[in-house]
Design a binder for this molecule. Structure first.
Ligand code: GCU
Length: 652
């Protein structure tokens, strides 16, 4: 299973390179680090499969040319004619992406003719944020919301000594198109704040390991860094001493890491410091850091996840869903060119079902990154199988202004990584599909996620028989819908245990300050976010959405309880009442999970034993968890509503 023996090869097992490695290949271009990486990849593959990397002038069946020195251009052109497959690219980076394309095609890249076709990513930055702490945090552990062991980058309070695994990670990421990584948590604690200054050497070591695969390294920083790290005793973004401090600190970062990507900032959010303390705007804060980074071509990713996390649950007028749009739309056009506003895909917080954030599309004069969560905080924590490709694709295809898909309105796609030092990278081996799918959708937001899944299956299991491919599709394709069925219903969200967020607790957050309520009582459930009678959130959308979401009669079923408070007897478009929908989906969800487990059991002869055993063990926990969700949710609503299940099934 593992080519290295220490960890799983994921979507790059040696055998995925069989077709490439069996050819005579010629590389023209370089020397530059990425073209050298391509040469190294080919040499390794040829050593295993009998091909040869030949010299200029020798006959070759696979010719790779770097035709210019345009490092920012990531495109490549592939063609095949006269028995020769040719890859041309204006940069070593493009050539590397082209090589992985040929790996995906396998033998098909060396058969017949291929008309020339140029491929280029739709989004220039395709980034993973790691919520990794250097020092183990007493509550959050080493990786905040991490479900795959410890950090890939940090161990024992410093950068890992052996960064071989980080290099292997960079290689996996390049193979699905990711080109940027932030190496520490957005909640910047005391040790991690120092990465910016006296600990920058640790970050530089990681950047060295990722660079050969075209990945730029970014750092999360504390807005209060000057005060924490021996500078001025204020962090006021308009104070000249503060601006000078950041300029000097940033200059030192670039001395260590010349291609450093920039800063990621969570400011005025969940207790993190920010510009509000000084009466300054978020544009003031972001622009100060943008100015420090600008001379070097760096970028600041400024997160829009700003809301009141100390809300009084009795206060029905404050709506957390409104917060990002309320805070940021007045600032459109004020952000510097190298400041990117990073917006969570939904208005709340990575729930299994949310509408697309109304901020996406509402700031035409601001560079925008859409942030997804690959780590499965609210979608089963990598104990439950939940392939998120269809959810992300829905987000990226949603047309915020009624016309242009969100994937084209965004300038970047960012996600919280689900990888750690676990042998299988992602805890649940099938969660590797999420990481791969994220990268490929960032490259092409219009891609069909099922086709991406086909790619992942074919790479991970070269030569997979149809039974394995079909089995994996049967397990993964509908797994998001299944998870949604047995957890919080109809877009209402949360109902999770407070703190760690795993498992059901219907009222866990109901009387808390976090702004995540369902308002269930004996008569009904849901949050009235209409303009007419509720919080007005629905009015933050452009048409046609504002009108559609405003009325329970037109609101899509799956979002009904996000936008409306309705009686249990309210009839959905599906023809069912809300209460019967809750019962039915919770029974169905468990049945679907049981079925997926049976499909997996039947694949035992086609999957290597260690991987099979790990997934089997996770399915046991998924089933236990799914039944717990079903029984708690169904019992809660039976007791609240007094309405019996139309089919007389057991509800406790
Ligand atoms: C969620 C998550 C936190 C995280 C936060 C964020 O609320 O539970 O752990 O810090 O998102 O995105 O900043």
């Amino acid at each position: 299973m593992t080519d290295s023996g220490d960890f799983d090869a994921a979507w790059l097992p040696d055998t995925a390179f069989r077709a490439v490695g069996a050819r005579r290949s010629l590389v023209r271009g370089g020397p530059d680090p990425l073209t050298d990486t391509v040469r190294g990849e080919l040499a390794g593959a040829c050593a295993r499969f009998g091909g040869e990397v030949v010299r200029d002038g020798d006959a070759a069946e696979f010719v790779l040319n770097v035709t210019a020195d345009s490092p920012a251009d990531e495109s490549y052109t592939l063609r095949r004619a006269g028995g020769v497959t040719t890859l041309t690219a204006p940069s070593g980076r493009g050539l590397l992406y082209g090589l992985f394309h040929v790996v995906r095609l396998g033998e098909a890249a060396f058969a017949g003719d291929l008309a020339p076709r140029t491929h280029r990513p739709a989004l220039a930055t395709r980034m993973l944020d790691h919520w990794d702490n250097v020092a183990v945090h007493p509550v959050m552990g080493q990786v905040e919301r991490g479900y795959a062991g410890g950090s890939l980058f940090w161990a024992d309070g410093e950068a890992r000594g052996d960064l071989g695994r980080v290099r292997a990670y960079g290689r996996l990421l390049a193979a699905c198109g990711i080109n940027a990584v932030a190496v520490n948590n957005v909640n910047v604690h005391a040790t991690e704040a120092r990465l910016l200054t006296d600990r920058i050497g640790d970050v530089a070591a990681i950047a060295d390991a990722l660079r050969p695969y075209g990945i730029r390294t970014h750092l999360s920083v504390s807005f209060a860094a000057p005060m924490l790290l021996g500078g001025p005793d204020t962090a006021d973004p308009l104070d000249p001493a503060v601006r000078e401090w950041w300029a000097a600190a940033t200059a030192r970062v670039y001395e260590e890491i010349p291609d450093f990507g920039g800063y990621v900032v969570k400011a005025d959010s969940e207790g993190q410091p920010g510009p509000f303390a000084y009466g300054r705007s978020h544009a003031d804060g972001a622009n100060m850091l943008a100015a420090a980074l600008e001379p070097y071509g760096g970028t600041v990713h400024w997160r829009a996840f700003v809301y009141d996390h100390r809300q009084d649950w009795r206060d029905r007028s404050t709506d957390r869903a409104r917060a990002a749009h309320d805070h940021f739309t007045p600032l459109d056009g004020e952000f510097a060119d190298n400041a990117v506003l990073q917006v969570k895909h939904g208005p709340m917080d990575f729930q299994v079902r949310e509408p697309v954030s109304p901020l996406i599309g509402a700031m035409p004069d601001t560079r925008l990154a859409v942030e997804l969560q690959v780590t499965q905080e609210y979608t089963g924590q990598q104990k439950h199988v939940c392939w998120l490709g269809p959810m992300w694709s829905e987000v990226l295809r949603f047309r915020p202004d009624g016309e242009v898909p969100a994937g084209r309105l965004a300038h970047e796609l960012v996600a919280v990584s689900n990888a750690g030092d676990d042998r299988f990278w992602t805890g649940h081996p099938l969660a590797q599909a999420n990481l791969y799918t994220f990268g490929r959708l960032a490259w092409d937001p219009a891609a069909d996620p099922r086709e991406v899944l086909d790619e992942w299956i074919a790479l991970t299991h070269p030569g997979a028989p149809d039974r394995l491919t079909e089995g994996l599709h049967a397990i993964l394709d509908g797994s998001w819908a299944t998870y949604e069925k047995y957890t919080a219903p109809l877009g209402v969200g949360f109902m999770v245990q407070p703190g760690h967020h795993y498992g059901p607790s219907v009222d866990g957050y109901e009387y808390s300050p976090w702004g995540t309520y369902h308002f269930a009582d004996r008569d009904g459930i849901g949050v009235d976010r209409s303009v007419a009678t509720g919080t007005g959130f629905a009015g933050q959308y452009a048409e046609p959405w504002a009108k559609l979401y405003e009325s329970p009669g037109t609101c899509p079923d799956e979002l009904l309880l996000f936008f409306h408070h309705v009686p249990y007897g309210h009839v959905l478009h599906s023809g069912k009442t809300v209460i019967q929908h809750i019962y039915d989906t919770h029974f169905e969800g468990v049945e679907e999970a049981e079925k997926a487990r049976r499909v997996w059991a039947d694949l035992a002869d086609l999957v290597e034993p260690e991987r099979h055993a790990r997934v089997t063990e996770r399915f046991e926990e998924q089933l236990r968890g799914a039944r717990e969700w079903r029984d708690q949710i169904n019992s809660y609503f039976l007791r609240k509503s007094g309405v019996r299940d139309a089919h007389g099934r057991t509800i406790h």
